[in-house]
Design a protein around this ligand. Structure first.
Ligand SMILES: [Zn+2]
Length: 398
């Protein structure tokens, strides 16, 4: 969000347009008179802003609403189909693409497993995913308004990928690569930041002011939302909490530190512990699906494994709660599907080790959007950027 100079008429207009837009979006169908009454803006201002929104196709008029007498008012509603956007979740071994309307409703999706870390091949697959979704977008006034991509790595304030350790990428300007190809505004965001935003807008973190989203996949990343805003840090790479130490003399980590949380509590940690045990006959590949099936069957070794992993997740969450005092911690990404088996060990660790006040004031939740948190969050940045260029700030400036 760009704040304009105080006193600037553009700023006043932006605020008024945002207020009218959000009122129609949240309360529509609604009449001009009702908007004026609800917002305190005078009728002339409401009328001017509505005319602009109608002209821009963000708002439509429908028939008439209830009236206590006299002429029935024309009702206004948000046109969520004014344009469409594309969200991409680039995982270490998959690409998930979605096409949504302005409400974040998924219209189309595609999913591709990646068997390569070769950058050109992965970029080609991203292009194919985007092209396929573009073809399926219904006719609309604005067409495809933006592309948002969530990536498993550090992204700086210019949206460049600094380092994606699990893809072995360094200094990749994916934003430029995609914009050069499609001429569509593209935003790049770290997958945990995107996931946090997705859950805050549409999922388990809806209407929660302070929350931390913990993405547990191959590694652990976190997305921090403070006062309803994503906290990116001074250069965009906050949230590397997978690398805080939970064992001072622990295993050496690729980041240079020792005993990092993600070495004990991620999907990779799970496989590392599993390798040491005889969980399956030699021909069976131990992957997440295998562990999930075995857990469902009640395999005691797998349950023990998940119990240990849950406790290790809990140790890290204690640090997060003590640091941020969030209302909610949301656990997302692929380990979230093990909720049934890791929730109790997490809760037990928190019960034993958290101070009284934190214990009673912090909720632990699991992602509601499941595999779509990151794609939906990345997609929402594309929508927000577009609306912001149209002088609308979705979350409101006031
Ligand atoms: Zn580390």
């Amino acid at each position: 969000m760009k704040l304009l100079k105080t006193g600037d008429q553009n700023l006043v207009k932006q605020i008024n347009k945002t207020i009218v837009f959000n009122t129609i979006k949240d309360k529509g169908p609604v009449s001009r008179a009702q908007i004026s009454k609800d917002t305190g803006l005078n009728k002339a201002t409401v009328s001017t802003m509505v005319s602009e929104l109608l002209k821009e196709s963000f708002v439509n008029e429908i028939g008439s609403g209830q009236s206590s007498g006299g002429r029935k008012p024309v009702m206004l509603y948000f046109n969520q189909h004014a344009g469409y956007s594309i969200g991409i979740d680039l995982g270490v071994n998959y690409i998930l693409g979605i096409l949504t309307n302005f409400n974040g409703d998924i219209i189309e999706k595609n999913m591709k497993t990646l068997n390569t870390l070769e950058i050109d091949e992965i970029i080609n697959q991203i292009f194919l995913s985007i092209e396929s979704l573009m073809k399926k977008a219904p006719e609309s006034p604005y067409g495809i308004i933006g592309i948002g991509i969530g990536v498993p790595g550090q992204v700086d304030q210019h949206e460049r990928i600094l380092f994606a350790p699990n893809l072995n990428w360094k200094n990749i300007d994916l934003k430029k690569i995609v914009e050069d190809r499609f001429s569509i505004p593209t935003s790049i965001e770290n997958e945990a930041n995107a996931g946090a935003t997705g859950e805050q807008l549409y999922g388990a973190g809806k209407d929660i002011t302070n929350q931390v989203y913990v993405s547990i996949g191959i590694g652990i990343g976190t997305g921090i939302i403070i006062n309803n805003r994503l906290y990116r840090g001074s250069s965009g790479i906050s949230g590397e909490m997978g690398h805080f130490t939970i064992d001072t003399n622990g295993i050496k980590c690729s980041c240079g530190n020792r005993g990092c949380w993600e070495l004990y509590a991620s999907e990779s940690a799970l496989f590392k512990i599993a390798e040491k045990q005889d969980l399956a006959s030699k021909n069976v590949e131990i992957d997440l699906d295998f562990l999930l099936t075995e857990a469902q069957k009640g395999n005691p070794k797998v349950l023990q494994l998940l119990n240990t992993l849950g406790e290790n997740i809990g140790f890290g969450i204690i640090n997060i709660i003590n640091t941020f005092n969030p209302e909610v911690i949301i656990i997302g990404n692929r380990m979230a599907q093990f909720e049934n088996w890791i929730m109790n060990p997490i809760k037990r660790v928190l019960e034993e080790r958290l101070s009284f006040y934190h214990k009673s004031n912090t909720a632990i939740r699991f992602s509601i959007l499941g595999n779509y948190s990151t794609a939906l969050g990345a997609n929402s940045f594309a929508i927000t950027n577009f609306l912001s260029n149209m002088k609308i700030t979705e979350t409101g400036l006031v």
